[in-house]
Design a protein around this ligand. Structure first.
Ligand code: EPU
Length: 428
């Protein structure tokens, strides 16, 4: 096991290239199950979630070739093998195997998903959708059993706007008989990306990116090539870093429209941002002003950037409030930021941050992916050395983080945990 070592306080500058979107990748890869010939996805990120999904497709008989960020999946020999344990539990997005395998085989057995612990993360809306399409869904000993004689299109109203449920229902519905209408659908760019891949495979989908998606089922889907969209959350993380510890950072391979809510907030704080077609230049404010943010579904401020943004707000003048309306318990990074001298308190779904504070290096633990990003930003800004454990969370979602940061002039490296630290982790 390793930890990240960060020598903070060095201004970062230069260009960083953004990888393909994690939250698209984890849906696009399972979507290939629905085709009857090879599908190539170009530009995937080098992250552990992608490796785990590759292994899962191989477990059900797929032939997968993954090199230089491009993955070709030949799904023709796949079978509906039960996947109740093992790798499935390692990532939340394994729930997309339910929709994809149900869509192709009309049956699936998939373990309940793992992933970041951000408070309760039910999948009742996914199940509501599968049942509306005609599947029986049961939960037996920690695995979900799905079975249908036939899937039939249906009108499905989501009680909660859910990215996962919207995509999962699309996956199950593209090969169902007749028309499916998803109402109150999520509108995130990743949903459009998945719909684009499915359309290239021969599916008939209208309205992805709006809150009503219409799908006309087809019998078969074929192979194709697809290029993934850039990761707006990774890009947002580097934008925040540029505001916190930068001296002028150019973010390359980004769709600025995907980050409008973040850009607006950064500008409100006095941060300098110049957005081009597929690049954004960020340089810090002379004096950062405190702001309030509230996370919302897209195009509102993304919950996935709330934690990194909190690290930035420790350096702003005045009192800021961060409210997470999507995940009420996504505040595990706060105690760690406090260890670094931040002045923050949590009240209900909100964190109240007083600044500006000079952060100090400390030993901290990433409890989830974006908490990890927050601690890395804090460490790069802080005085002295910061050690971040819980690296396995960060590796799930940030491609080549250390290399990219070193490229910007950061002093950051990975180190093996000492025996003593390993013992402490075991007993924690
Ligand atoms: N919800 C329900 N029932 C459901 C599904 C969701 O009540 O059946 C609730 C959730 O508990 C949450 C809200 O609805 O309060 C939104 O959840 P959503 O389903 O949209 O989240 P998700 O699909 O599980 C994806 C991303 C998350 C991101 C959220 C919100 C993937 C693999 N994950 O999760 O990404 O936070 O959307 O935008 O796409 C991350 O990248 O760090 C991450 C956690």
């Amino acid at each position: 096991m390793e930890k990240l070592m960060i020598a903070g306080g060095y201004p970062l500058k230069g260009t960083v290239r953004i990888s393909g979107a994690k939250n698209s990748a984890v849906a696009l890869i399972p979507a290939t199950i629905l085709a009857d010939s090879p599908v190539t996805i170009e530009g995937l990120p080098d992250i552990s979630d992608v490796q785990i999904l590759k292994g899962l497709l191989e477990e059900i008989g797929g032939s997968v070739d993954f090199a230089d960020n491009d993955m070709t999946v030949d799904p023709s020999s796949m079978i509906s093998m039960p996947l109740p344990n093992g790798k499935v539990k390692k990532l939340r997005a394994s729930y997309y195997l339910m929709g994809a395998m149900l869509g192709r085989f009309k049956k699936a057995v998939i373990g309940l998903p793992g992933g970041c612990h951000l408070g309760p993360r039910p999948i009742d809306q996914h199940i509501k959708g599968f049942e509306a399409l005609g599947a029986s869904v049961t939960n037996e000993q920690g695995a979900i059993y799905l079975r249908a004689d036939e899937l039939k299109g249906a009108r499905i109203y989501l009680d909660v706007v859910s990215v996962g449920a919207t995509i999962n229902i699309m996956l199950a519905a593209v090969r169902a008989k007749g028309k499916t209408i998803i109402e109150n659908a999520a509108k995130e760019p990743e949903i459009i990306d998945v719909a684009t891949l499915l359309t290239n495979m021969g599916a008939k989908i209208k309205g992805a990116g709006t809150d009503v998606i219409r799908i006309e089922g087809v019998d078969q889907l074929h192979g194709c090539r697809h290029t993934i969209i850039p990761d707006r959350i990774e890009a947002g993380t580097y934008l925040i870093l540029g505001a916190a510890a930068g001296e002028g950072i150019l973010i390359d391979n980004v769709i600025p429209q995907h980050l409008e809510s973040l850009i607006a907030k950064l500008r409100e704080m006095g941060v300098n941002i110049e957005a081009g077609d597929d690049q954004i230049f960020v340089s810090p404010a002379e004096k950062m002003k405190a702001v309030d943010i509230k996370t919302l579904v897209y195009p509102g401020f993304p919950t996935d950037l709330q934690q990194p943004f909190t690290a930035l707000l420790t350096g702003a003048e005045g009192t800021s409030m961060v409210t997470d309306t999507i995940y009420g318990a996504r505040f595990k990074h706060i105690d760690e930021l406090r260890r670094m001298n931040a002045s923050i308190k949590v009240e209900g779904r909100s964190a109240i941050i007083n600044g500006p504070i000079r952060l100090q290096g400390a030993k901290v633990k990433a409890s989830d992916l974006r908490a990890g990003a927050a601690l890395v930003i804090a460490g790069l800004k802080a005085e002295g050395i910061t050690e971040v454990t819980g690296l396995e969370h960060i590796d799930r979602g940030y491609s080549h983080l250390v290399e990219k940061l070193n490229g910007l002039g950061a002093t950051i490296w990975r180190e093996n945990l000492t025996k003593e630290e390993m013992e402490q982790m075991k007993n924690a």
